[in-house]
Design a protein around this ligand. Structure first.
Ligand code: MOS
Length: 724
């Protein structure tokens, strides 16, 4: 069905189940280790063999020869797959580099072979016996160097212009022109990329860890050159994705090829050291921000340019996105440039664009506030805008940035902050507070679901939506319970199977709102079917397991007495985004302590205030935001894929060298959700929040460190060497 906008009152608004705190349905399964992840699937997969991936030892060049003879003769080996033996492979829609190298090598640790053996150890041992001769070519691995040759990306909107930026900026009495950098970052999710593939004749089933089932099913079929309906993907539990599992990746393709070659099901997990260079990462950026303002603090001109790199044919990090929408100002420009680099493939990582973009913009805002001798909260408040600053008259569906800032400032005790840096001390610790705005666009995606009602009154929801640790099972169950008027224990949710209707999938923080809207649509159809079956009017009420209308009532289950009732539909969206800009807003507050002698930073307190439409489940939403804030601390202080600029790879390719926060790094975190519904976003009136939570955190930490120490660091991560 088409979303009728703006959404009027509907059954969801009863809020008997939706909007309430509900424990994650999959929580006990995950915490007891009984949720089967892709690599652990056993049912229907007898006799799986093990595949071990061999990654390229060079970053750019070609394979002169591969000798697999010795590996094939090693104990237990069943098959060795290389580009030469794999047959003709197509290229999927979503991958930049090919998933199996040969003869060309496009990046370090690009897969060159899969060795399949009876045991994991045999496969790993035999992989060491594959002899590869490479011919190296010179590559470009240095963004700083490649930046000057960067081109205009084939993006929908690489540049934007409004008014006359150059003129407006020159005429502004108070000006900032600063350069910021963010490093390459890795998703570093707990569960590595893992798949088990099994062929029955020409039909392929892959149990895999994936965020977007339908995209990946399509790309698997395209790459193998088989019809899409011959592929089934199953991904009921995913141990973290963060954008790294949006697409078909090498381990899934190689499992399929390995299973075909060995004539047996094959399971493949990337080892941790392969994760960093074989898969995708968040590309590094260089950003230049110019802001001009009146002496009273009104922004007159704002310009943001960003450079990032990717393999030939790749995509930029769209770090200027939020600068088009966040603050007022008459003269504006943004520019995105893309350099060619021969590093591993860059791609989406949690809040692609806005996360690194705000790491720069929100330091720039702090620097401007200081130049203006203005409180940084106030500086943001007075530059708020009610409509799209590049498209005057185009309003935001909801925009409560100012409320987020004001409520946050009050709750955090912002008043106690001293404007002058380095003024607050606690023993050897210098204490500071920082703020940043949070912003992330709200995308809506078509999403379908099927719902079944059985004679015992149980409602079963089926959709290929994934739960990557986000709470999809739970918010979908809440939606079906609300719509059908049954308690949660009468709802069964089945996810992550390509045999189910195609959902929005988990990406771009669109999952919860879009997928539940699809479930809403299917439930509307099921309600119609139930009412018809029971001879009740179409506007019958569904509550407490009963259906009531026209002065009569009947138990819901009676509608399925003779036969199960099944309904299916999708929620689709028109071009509402032409009328309204849909975004989510927030504010992050951080108190940091910096050791005056060692430069060690400890984050002491964090608060996020979020305005993101209806919150479907405060508990799972809060967990999402806390996770995102934690990831933001990693981005601020630790995360950094270090590039070997001669050899062309990420050096710190394990979790010892690629640091992410641990519990001891993270203090008490507080999250406030503003009471908001957005009738323009979907019948759920909800929005995304899982990515909003990271947006701005890095800058809030950097600004707190500045306030503590007076050291302005513009290059992330803010490590202690940059403070001394
Ligand atoms: Mo997200 S970075 O689109 O999983």
């Amino acid at each position: 069905m088409k979303f009728a906008t703006p959404a009027t009152t509907n059954p969801i608004d009863q809020l008997k189940v939706v909007g309430r705190t509900v424990d994650r349905i999959d929580g006990p399964l995950k915490t007891t280790g009984t949720a089967p992840y892709a690599y652990e699937q056993r049912e229907g997969i007898p006799n799986a063999a093990y595949g071990h991936v061999l990654g390229a030892a060079i970053a750019k060049g070609r394979i002169a020869s591969i000798d697999t003879g010795e590996a094939r003769r090693a104990p237990g080996v069943l098959a060795v797959v290389t580009a030469a033996s794999a047959g003709k492979l197509g290229k999927g829609k979503f991958n930049t580099a090919r998933l199996l190298a040969g003869p060309a090598v496009q990046h370090y640790h690009q897969a060159v072979a899969l060795v399949v053996a009876e045991t994991f150890e045999q496969a790993r041992a035999a992989a060491q016996l594959v002899r590869v001769k490479y011919v190296k070519e010179r590559g470009e691995y240095d963004l700083e160097h490649a930046k000057d040759k960067a081109g205009v990306p084939k993006d929908d909107q690489p540049d934007s212009k409004f008014g006359d930026f150059a003129k407006g900026y020159e005429a502004s009495p108070v000006r900032l022109d600063a350069r910021y950098t963010t490093p390459d970052q890795s998703h570093a999710m707990m569960e590595p990329h893992a798949s088990i593939a099994s062929w029955e004749g020409d039909r392929l089933t892959v149990w895999t860890a994936n965020q977007m089932i339908d995209w990946t099913k399509g790309d698997m079929a395209k790459t193998l050159g088989i019809p899409k309906d011959k592929v089934r993907l199953v991904s009921p539990y995913v141990g973290g994705g963060f954008g790294g599992k949006l697409f078909l990746r090498a381990e899934a393709l190689l499992a399929a090829l390995g299973a075909r070659a060995a004539g047996r099901p094959v399971k493949v997990a990337l080892t941790r050291p392969l994760m960093f260079n074989n898969t995708t990462h968040r590309p590094a950026t260089i950003q230049r921000i110019r802001i001009g303002a009146t002496r009273e603090g009104k922004i007159t001109a704002i310009g943001h340019e960003s450079w990032s790199g990717d393999l030939p044919g790749g995509k930029p990090e769209t770090a200027v996105q939020q600068t088009r929408l966040l603050y007022a100002g008459a003269d504006r420009m943004t520019r995105t440039r893309l350099a060619v680099l021969d590093l591993p493939e860059g791609n989406a990582m949690r809040a692609p664009g806005e996360a690194p973009g705000l790491m720069a913009l929100e330091i720039a805002m702090d620097e401007m506030a200081e130049k203006l001798r203005m409180d940084p909260v106030r500086f943001r408040v007075i530059n708020d805008t009610t409509s799209d600053p590049e498209k005057p008259g185009r309003r935001f569906s909801q925009r409560r940035l100012v409320d987020c800032l004001r409520i946050g400032a009050e709750r955090f005790g912002w008043n106690a902050r001293k404007a002058e840096p380095g003024q607050t001390r606690d023993g050897r610790w210098l204490i500071g507070m920082g703020v940043a705005a949070a912003f992330r666009n709200n995308l809506v995606m078509k999403s379908a679901a099927r719902v079944r009602l059985d004679r015992s009154g149980v409602v079963t929801v089926e959709t290929d939506m994934t739960d990557i640790g986000t709470g999809s099972y739970t918010v979908i169950a809440q939606t079906a319970a609300e719509m059908m008027g049954v308690p949660l224990d009468k709802v069964v949710v089945r996810l992550g199977d390509s045999d189910f209707p195609v959902s929005a999938g988990s990406g771009g923080q669109w999952g919860a709102n879009s997928a539940t809207a699809g479930v809403y649509a299917a439930c509307v159809r099921l309600r119609e079917a139930v009412a018809a079956k029971l001879g009740l009017p179409a506007d019958a009420e569904f509550a407490d397991g009963q259906v009531r209308g026209g002065g009569r009532s009947a138990p819901l289950a009676r509608a399925a007495e003779a036969a199960e009732l099944v309904a299916e539909d999708a929620m689709e969206y028109g071009d509402l985004d032409k009328q309204f800009q849909q975004s989510t807003f927030g504010a992050h507050f951080v108190e940091a302590a910096v050791d005056a002698y060692t430069g060690e930073t400890r984050v002491r307190r964090m608060l996020a205030v979020c305005a993101a439409g209806r919150i479907l489940n405060p508990k799972s939403a809060r967990s999402q935001v806390i996770g995102a804030m934690t990831m933001g601390v990693g981005a601020a202080l630790m995360e950094h894929l270090v590039v070997d600029k001669r050899a062309g790879y990420f050096v710190n390719h394990d979790l010892a060298g690629y640091e992410v926060p641990v519990h001891a790094d993270i203090p008490h975190q507080d999250v406030i959700f503003l009471d908001e519904t957005d009738p323009v976003s979907s019948p759920m009136k909800a929005k995304g929040v899982g990515e909003l939570g990271i947006c701005g955190v890095g800058a809030a930490v950097a600004n707190a460190i500045y306030n503590a120490t007076g050291a302005r660091v513009r290059d992330y991560p803010v490590t202690l060497d940059k403070l001394l």
